[in-house]
Design a protein around this ligand. Structure first.
Ligand SMILES: Nc1ncnc2c1ncn2[C@@H]1O[C@H](COP(=O)(O)OP(=O)(O)OP(=O)(O)O)[C@@H](O)[C@H]1O
Ligand SMILES: [Mg+2]
Length: 332
């Protein structure tokens, strides 16, 4: 598998001594949707600006499709598109006119512009509103227009900085449906920053968590949650008052970390609930103990974040702040 992004020991120092990135190492495979999840000020945008060749690292190296972000900037810029955190379209002209401006900036030949624009309008589901002024668009439509502008060059990798910030769940879903369709059609790689845990979990193939300029963990959402360990398996039995003999036996079942029996309820702390569940069902069946109900609760990404970053993500405070910023730019 080709490597899309390869970052080694990247440090970024601002104002002489502030380490916004403090030794970042990261590899992203081509063709995947990759989420960089982290709180306010963690360094997400800074890393994305390095990868899109806008700023250089203070030390370390960053490669995009084997090209050096410092030495090979102009080649990288032909392969990558970037949708910034701030608003990047004009509101006093139409969606079509925005795309026309961008197609000129990107140097798309005049005779090809109309087709290119119609193609990206189609892929972002904006055909019907393309001639309306952008200031009449919803937040989700504006975001899709910004992405459409970025798609004009048919990027091999698309960088999205907080792609659905401030959008309601249904608008977020549409944005991601369109993005996934684009990814499937063009085999592109998508690298996005987010502080929404559910967005990282729902839409990415891999997640890296960044905190205070350091990648603290990386994996699929499942892997990250497993790494927290300790799933909870809860049995509700017909039988009442299982005795100590059962307790001691159950404690020795492979993969069981702990057992708590309370009347007809047995709670297990296990390594992996799905693997161990059949063994426990067999154990009760063999002893003719009927199981009324079983439930499994798993650690969430919030628990993962807490474990590796030592704090919880304060999504809501941040959301209102950024929505405010985007609105101000839109009016301005
Ligand atoms: N040009 C700059 N000059 C000085 N400090 C900067 C600059 N850019 C970023 N920083 C600082 O570096 C840190 C990381 O900023 P960055 O924008 O990368 O965070 P982020 O993870 O994108 O946060 P957010 O979720 O708020 O967008 C912050 O403390 C920020 O204030
Ligand atoms: Mg940012």
């Amino acid at each position: 598998m080709e490597t899309a992004v390869d970052v080694s020991d990247v440090v970024k120092i601002f104002n002489g001594n502030f380490r916004a990135l403090d030794g970042v190492n990261l590899k992203v495979e081509s063709g995947c949707i990759f989420a960089l999840l982290g709180p306010n000020g963690a360094g997400k945008t800074t890393l994305m600006r390095i990868l899109t060749t806008q700023i250089a690292p203070s030390s370390g190296s960053a490669y995009v499709f084997g090209l050096d972000t410092v030495r090979d900037g102009s080649q990288i810029r032909k392969l990558v598109s970037y949708v910034p955190q701030e608003m990047s379209v004009w509101t006093d002209i139409s969606g079509y006119e925005n795309l026309l401006v961008y197609s000129k900036i990107y140097g798309i030949p005049a005779e090809k512009r109309n087709d290119a624009i119609n193609e990206v309008l189609e892929s972002m589901g904006l055909n019907e509103v393309s001639n309306r002024l952008v200031k009449t668009y919803s937040g989700g439509m504006i975001r899709r227009l910004e992405i459409a502008c970025a798609l004009l060059i048919r990027p091999k990798i698309l960088f999205l900085d907080e792609p659905t910030i401030g959008l309601d769940p249904s608008a977020r879903k549409i944005v991601w449906e369109k993005l996934k369709m684009f990814k499937r059609e063009y085999g592109a790689t998508i690298f996005f920053n987010t502080h929404y845990m559910d967005e990282a979990e729902l839409y990415s193939d891999k997640i890296a968590i960044i905190n205070r300029g350091k990648i603290v963990t990386l994996g699929t959402a499942e892997e990250l949650k497993h790494s927290v360990g300790g799933e909870i398996l809860y049995f509700n039995l017909e039988e009442n008052g299982l005795n100590d003999k059962f307790l001691n036996e159950l404690k020795t079942v492979n993969g069981v970390r702990d057992v708590i029996i309370s009347n007809s309820e047995v709670t297990f702390v296990v390594d992996d609930a799905e693997t161990i569940l059949p063994n426990l069902m067999t154990y009760f069946n063999e002893r003719n103990i009927a199981v009324k109900r079983v439930s499994i609760t798993k650690p969430t990404l919030d628990d993962v974040f807490l474990k590796y970053a030592g704090t919880r993500l304060d999504a809501m405070g941040r959301l209102s702040e950024v929505t405010h910023v985007r609105r101000m730019i839109r009016r301005g």
